[in-house]
Design a protein around this ligand. Structure first.
Ligand SMILES: Nc1ncnc2c1ncn2[C@@H]1O[C@H](COP(=O)(O)OP(=O)(O)OP(=O)(O)O)[C@@H](O)[C@H]1O
Ligand SMILES: [Mg+2]
Length: 328
């Protein structure tokens, strides 16, 4: 199992949710994971219902079996200060730099540099060891930018090539790329069973592969339960209306008690079944498209009650049931 798990996907499909559930799943049984956010939106804090995360690793959840999930919202400006501090021992000069706007320059005018700082911080956490030589985190899970930007974001080498051909930034980019292009990293894509996100997933995978970035798995999120199978639908399509009405009234539905009759229920029920059948056929088409990608596929249910911390644990359990276990 790769130690850096990057979670991307079309906007709104559940990247943040899936990344968090994955961090929990991988922490189970005494492991320690770090969940990192790179877009400064405090999505993780919201999801875990805690206050905004500082630029500091914080324990935010305990996984079943005693594992721990830490979280970090990477702030590109602070990461740059960190970085300058590390290489140039700037100290208070760093603060001066901030005042004169050098950091604005670096983080907004030179987005490649911004990206190398963000990915660099994640890679540093992946490689960090404690005094006894053990990895501090068994896994690092990144809530990454969406599919449309993920390849550029991870391909920091190309991004900074025009900025720095030698020197510490160049070296930093090189060492980040070494982690990102190795089997230590896996880039996963979250999708829904709908045409647009599935198409975006297919395109994203092609781009990642072209850039030789390691594609991991596809997670289909918010899957609605299958309530009727093909045989059920066939029965509904062909059964005589009167027989359906009789079954309904045997089941105690639409009885004469309130003046309604089972016959009146038949048409609306059939209309709903028809609607379901159409949606199911469309979903099956999208499953087939995803099947062609030749990658491990996972499905996570749509939680009808909406998302909360309990829901996250439920999705984590589901990921583990589908074979997504920790271990290094
Ligand atoms: N399996 C699920 N069941 C029910 N609701 C879900 C599920 N997964 C995600 N959601 C909800 O869908 C919405 C989008 O999820 P999330 O914020 O994780 O997506 P995202 O891809 O990170 O979005 P963005 O592109 O804005 O970062 C949220 O309200 C979240 O609670
Ligand atoms: Mg998000």
């Amino acid at each position: 199992m790769s130690r850096l798990q990057v979670v991307s996907g079309k906007g709104g499909t559940g990247k943040t949710t899936v990344a968090a559930a994955l961090a929990l799943a991988l922490a189970t049984e005494g492991k320690r994971t770090l969940l990192v956010e790179v877009e400064g939106r405090q999505g993780i804090a919201q999801l875990f219902e805690t206050e905004a995360l500082p630029y500091e690793e914080r324990k935010i959840a305990v996984a079943p079996g005693g594992g721990e999930v830490y979280a970090l919202a990477i702030d590109p400006e602070l990461a740059l200060l960190d970085y300058l501090q590390m290489f140039y021992k700037l100290g208070s000069a760093g603060r001066a730099l901030k005042r004169i706007g050098a950091i604005d320059f670096a983080t907004t005018i030179a987005p490649g540099l911004r990206d190398v700082l963000l990915t660099g911080k994640a890679c540093e956490a992946v490689r960090r060891k404690d005094r006894s030589g053990r990895f501090v985190y068994d896994h690092v899970v990144m809530d990454a930018p969406p599919t449309g930007r993920i390849t550029r974001f991870l391909n920091v080498n190309d991004e900074v090539a025009g900025l720095a051909k030698i020197g510490p930034i160049h070296n930093q980019a090189q060492s980040v790329m070494q982690v990102l292009k190795s089997p230590e990293t896996a880039v996963h894509l979250v999708t829904l069973l709908e045409e647009m996100p599935v198409q975006e997933t297919a395109d994203g995978i092609a781009e990642l592969r072209a850039a030789r970035l390691p594609v991991g798995r596809v997670i289909v999120n918010m899957v609605r339960p299958q309530v009727l199978d093909a045989a059920d639908l066939e029965v509904l399509r062909t059964a005589p209306r009167t027989a359906l009405a009789r079954s309904l009234s045997t089941a105690g539905l639409g009885g004469a008690r309130r003046g309604g009759s089972a016959e009146q229920l038949v048409e609306p029920l059939l209309a709903q079944a028809e609607e379901y059948a159409e949606r199911y056929a469309l979903e099956q088409e999208q499953r087939a498209v995803l099947g062609e990608l030749d990658l491990p596929l996972h499905e996570l249910p749509l939680l009808a009650e909406g998302m909360d911390v309990a829901g996250l644990y439920e999705l984590a359990r589901e990921l583990r049931k589908q074979g997504w276990q920790g271990g290094s």
